[in-house]
Design a protein around this ligand. Structure first.
Ligand SMILES: [Mg+2]
Length: 349
């Protein structure tokens, strides 16, 4: 089938968090074909990525034949190479991610199969979901057995705060729960080492994004210093080229590519190949959303998917109808064709 049209739009979000996300949060990409089938994808990069898709990538995509996963990979390579002067990382790759996912959705819909079946046989019966957020009582009540909370750095009082939060989470979630901490690039070497010592009684599984993603050597050194706590990261890294650099530097114990940012399923599969060569577990960022979930279900990704339930009664934009949800802490993609979701047109411009 031939692609006849591709359009990216920025949704009319009502409940998006401020700062860069106001204008640069997720985009929706739609591809249409000459056989009447359309596919939808989800990318990052906001209004800037909309311009990348509609203003440049679309001219490379329209009239292309898509009949196989190989065709998608070839198109990915074309988009990557033509966007190198302004791309390689960041917004351009976030835009390509949305395009890639829309075309995977399209091909799976054309074949009447869920995306994960096009990736390979199902490798997990149920995927363990972990709840990210600040409401462990609620997560436990919903049946989650794994939880990640935020602990950003402001001053020395944060050591005490981190101990309190860890103790509370461990008590609520139980001895067998996985507990993780996201630092969102606010810690440094000294803080990370001290935190590992202060929190040693709480069996923390990983510290996420402790330094900036540019400090590969610093992270590789911390891996050895805070063991057995693992150093994770990768939501701010892009494509197999970027993850190859992480592997060469030995920077991280666990990789967390965001499938809607790092280059889509196509890049995700290439990243997984490198991860397997190096024995590195891959736990996609926001992997409980369908875009990552299909990859987790049918690939060598670790059996762990991030879910963001937010807080009880908080308003949320339901952009995708049919998203998978965790039941008793376990999540799986649906058997519906494509990614199994439809876009909520009320939120589109
Ligand atoms: Mg994070």
């Amino acid at each position: 089938m031939k692609i006849v049209n591709i359009t990216a739009v920025y949704p009319n979000y009502r409940n998006v968090v401020p700062s860069w996300r106001t204008h640069l949060w997720q985009i929706v990409v739609r591809v249409d074909t000459d056989v009447g089938i359309s596919g939808y994808g989800y990318g990052g990069g906001g209004r800037a990525a909309v311009e990348v898709v509609n203003g440049h990538l679309s001219e490379l995509i329209v009239d292309k034949e898509i009949d196989s996963v190989d065709d998608i990979a070839k198109l990915w390579d074309t988009l990557y190479s033509h966007s190198i002067p302004y791309g390689r990382k960041g917004i351009a790759i976030m835009a390509i991610s949305g395009v890639d996912l829309a075309i995977w959705d399209l091909l799976a819909r054309a074949e009447g199969t869920p995306v994960y079946k096009m990736i390979g046989p199902r490798q997990k019966e149920g995927i363990r979901a972990y709840a990210t957020g600040a409401d462990p009582e609620w997560y436990r009540a919903m049946g989650f057995t794994a939880h990640k909370f935020s602990q950003t750095w402001t001053s020395d009082v944060d050591y005490e705060v981190a101990i309190e939060r860890s103790e509370k989470a461990r008590k609520l979630m139980g001895q067998n729960a996985l507990l993780m901490i996201d630092t969102y690039m606010t810690w440094n070497r000294e803080v990370t080492i001290k935190m590992a010592d202060h929190l040693k009684n709480y069996n923390i599984y990983w510290f996420e994004d402790v330094l900036t993603p540019d400090d590969l050597i610093g992270q590789s050194e911390l891996r050895r210093m805070v063991n057995p706590i693992l150093i994770s990261g990768g939501e701010h890294e892009f494509t197999h080229h970027g993850f190859k650099n992480l592997a060469d530097a030995g920077a991280l114990d666990i990789w967390q590519p965001d499938i809607t940012w790092c280059g889509g399923i196509t890049a995700g599969l290439r990243i997984l190949e490198i991860a397997q060569e190096h024995g590195i577990p891959v736990v996609p960022h926001r992997g409980g959303e369908v875009w990552g979930l299909h990859l987790i279900a049918a690939s060598s990704c670790a059996n762990l998917a991030e879910v963001l339930p937010g807080s009880r009664n908080a308003a949320k934009d339901d952009l995708w109808i049919g998203e998978a949800s965790a039941i008793n802490g376990v999540i799986m993609p649906s058997e519906e064709p494509g990614f199994g979701v439809t876009v909520n047109k009320d939120l589109l411009p």
